[in-house]
Design a protein around this ligand. Structure first.
Ligand SMILES: *Cc1c(COP(=O)(O)O)cnc(C)c1O
Length: 375
């Protein structure tokens, strides 16, 4: 085994695709966290945990259907369905499990799934695990989607269109108004993965609300509690029959232990803060706009769509790694994103802005990039 693994690892290194985890040294500014609202270390929630620790179990003890469901999870689900303006909500282990599980539960051999080509890996894996037919449409290209829907106009099984709300690598936003139009015409279930939208766009309520639209009966909103909410776990919001069905059919919710009450407590308290404290969102948009306007002056290839995910496209894996390593020498961390996470030739630094960044952090980043570009 060792020889086989060594060979595989060597190949990754040769192609500049080798990865390792590392612990950020003290004093390094992190521009690669999804902790958009800066809630991961929130003092208020930490204090509340201390005050409530005696009534919080350390683990849930079982899957939700057996005995792992409790009052805190119920309250978290209620709060989330209110926030997302839906009838009901199911909290599950993670966003990865939510996507894999919902596709597996809803789609059968007689279903067809239409999926954006840049959807998150967990959606891709969910489609692979299901036995449904699939059509991959060009990124955010709803003309291409419509062509594919047209092809299946007389298809009798369930039709599901699934898209990231805010695309995790590009930072652009799915065109929900157009998707709603197509839904009226072609009658499908629309699944929106709001992992990067929740707490951030639409006043924090997500992609639908960003367009001043309302949830619909045939729309499912998924989100994670691990990004802007700064905790762990995920949720699925929709009509009450959907949640009832998933409780009975969704394997990652049935055959996996429920989240710990402590984790759900953190999610609940951080969620309340995310809902209330608009100033957190205002700051990340202000910093993002400023950073982009300065980087554009440097003639760098920037992708920006008004979300706190900003891409600096560098092309080759090698160049992306050079920028990452040079930045780290200057006490700034931005992870280089390489294939297979993104298409070949578009290796990049994916910059994410957090409430915890200061104006000075942004200035430091700008001058570091200026230096590295010159060298
Ligand atoms: C991060 C992410 C997930 C996975 O969520 P986890 O809770 O981290 O498992 C799913 N979908 C998208 C679009 C993501 O960005």
């Amino acid at each position: 085994m060792r020889d086989f693994l060594k060979r595989e690892i060597e190949n990754l290194k040769k192609e500049y695709l080798y990865r390792e985890r590392f612990i950020l040294p003290e004093g390094v500014i992190n521009f690669s966290s999804n902790d958009y609202l800066g809630l991961r270390n929130n003092e208020k929630t930490k204090k509340l945990i201390c005050e409530n620790i005696n009534r919080l179990a350390l683990g849930s003890g079982a899957s939700a259907l057996v005995s792992g469901f409790d009052k805190i999870q119920k309250e978290l689900e209620n709060e989330l369905s209110k926030y997302k303006e839906t009838e009901s909500c199911l909290v599950v282990g993670s966003g990865y499990l939510a996507n894999v599980g919902i596709i597996q539960a809803l789609a059968t051999k007689e279903s067809i799934i239409f999926s954006d080509e840049l959807n998150h890996a967990s959606i891709i894996d969910g489609i692979r695990l299901s036995k449904a037919k699939k059509e991959i449409y060009k990124h955010n290209n709803l003309l291409d989607l419509e062509k594919k829907l047209e092809k299946y106009k007389n298809f009798n099984g369930l039709k599901i269109v699934i898209t990231d709300g805010v695309f995790s690598m590009e930072g652009d936003i799915a065109n929900i108004p157009k998707l709603y139009e197509l839904q009226d015409k072609y009658n499908f279930i629309l699944v929106i993965d709001d992992a990067h939208a929740t707490g951030v766009i639409g006043n924090g309520k997500g992609t639908i609300f960003h367009y001043n639209l309302k949830p619909r009966e045939n729309v499912i909103q998924i989100g994670t509690l691990s990004k802007a909410i700064g905790s762990y776990g995920a949720f699925i919001c929709g009509i009450k029959e959907l949640i009832e069905f998933l409780i009975n059919k969704m394997r990652p919710a049935i055959f996996s232990t429920a989240l710990s009450p402590i984790q759900n407590f953190i999610s609940l308290e951080n969620l309340k803060i995310a809902i209330k404290e608009n100033f957190r969102r205002e700051k990340i948009f202000k910093l993002s706009n400023y950073l982009v306007s300065e980087l554009k002056k440097l003639d760098l290839n920037i992708k920006y769509f008004g979300t706190p995910i900003i891409s600096l496209i560098l092309g080759t894996e090698k160049e992306a790694l050079r920028y990452r390593d040079e930045l780290l020498k200057r006490k700034i961390f931005i992870q280089a994103i390489r294939p297979p996470t993104i298409p070949k030739g578009t290796s990049r630094l994916r910059i994410t802005i957090s409430y915890n960044h200061s104006q000075k952090d942004i200035e430091n980043l700008i001058s570091a990039l200026k230096d590295i570009k010159k060298a």
